[in-house]
Design a protein around this ligand. Sequence first.
Ligand code: NAP
Length: 425
Amino acid sequence: MLYSGDKDARPSIMQASAHGQRITVQDGKLRVPDHPIIPVIVGDGTGPDIMNAALPVLQEAVRKAYHGKRELVWRKVLAGEEAIKQTGQPLPDATLAIIREHLVALKGPLTTPVGTGFRSVNVGLRQALDLYACVRPVYHIPGVPAPVKEPENMDLVIFRENLEDVYAGVEFAAGTPEQAKLRRFLIDELKVKAEKVREDAGIGIKPMSRWESQRLVRKALRYAVAKQRRSVTLVHKGNIMKYTEGAFRDWGYEAAREPEFAGKVLTEQEVADKHGGKAPPGIVVVKDRIADNMFQQLLTKTDEYDVLATPNLHGDLLSDAAAGQIGGLGMAPGGNIGDHMGVFEATHGTAPKYAGKDVINPGSVILSGVMMLEHLGWDEAAKLVRDAVAKTIAGKVVTYDLAREMPGVQPVKCSEFGKAIIGNL
Ligand code: NAP
């Protein structure tokens, strides 16, 4: 069913139409019908603004690319503030069940409710659906104002581990009996010096496993091989945290040596030792960099980096820093991806001060929709949207966030930006 995108037609009118079908997995691959049902979490704050602009763009691109033979069938599912109002839960079981059943979803930003339910609805969603890779492509769209001299040198895809690290939520507040018990255990049983874990310290545990690290790195390697990228860089802080971050690096190299990658992947060391420092054509080079160095390398040697595989926290920080280099979060897409399931989302937050004002930039969720179309294998529609976004920006039709960096350019509304993209499809 077509969601009209009219100003008054809020996304709540979205329903699965009678002819919508489920995406399934067959022989280890996604089987996408011509009318797939896509659950949509509209999101809090500016979520309705960006979804109202984005859904018609994606819908129209599909119609154009496949001459009406294919259609996205949106199905609204509840999460966040609206879900709390209606069900008392920020992330109802029914929402998780529907996404599990339909495999691919689109999501707006969600406020993290304080004091109830999950620590974060976003983290809860990733954990409940086993979406172990947060994938964030970072590339520059010509015309988008950027703070660096050569933003076009950035063409990166960041694969961030999504379930472990300090995000796992194993954390105990100072002054609680749990903290006191854990502290005594560390001091008495594991002989940790008392001054290392002060009495008034909060304690967080940072689990990083071979299982999660390797399935993340494998995903990055498979992507790099399939898309003929030049390298995968393992980012870590293994010089300091040897058994978590250092292990991430070692497990990453171990995954790269698996038979699946034979003849396709070489380490930077192997390239130096056996190929005079020049990778043979078609080979993906695996290298590693320490996280702090990675931040400055992205600024100083931007074009040397291609695909990054990172633990959770470094990926979070690096993806926003990299997005800043190419013009900010308003244009940065992302997806949380498991073995087959994918929830594609705006990478920014709810930007509450702009909620309902129809001014925010819907670019992030539109480009996340491009990633979703590629995940479905609908590359023709994805390319249409990507090209139309570029054409719209090249024509200086932009929302306030870009306009304020472009002298003499008047901003258009969020909905007008969406309509202009449709006009350029
Ligand atoms: P934010 O919502 O991302 O907004 C921070 C600022 O970034 C905005 O004030 C605006 O800057 C700019 N911005 C964000 N999105 C933009 C867009 N689409 N177009 C143009 N500018 C954009 O971050 P926050 O204020 O820290 O977080 C607000 C809420 O969002 C919190 O509850 C947080 O938990 C939640 N959050 C959710 C997610 C998620 O759902 N994945 C992610 C991050 C945060 P200017 O004011 O300079 O115009």
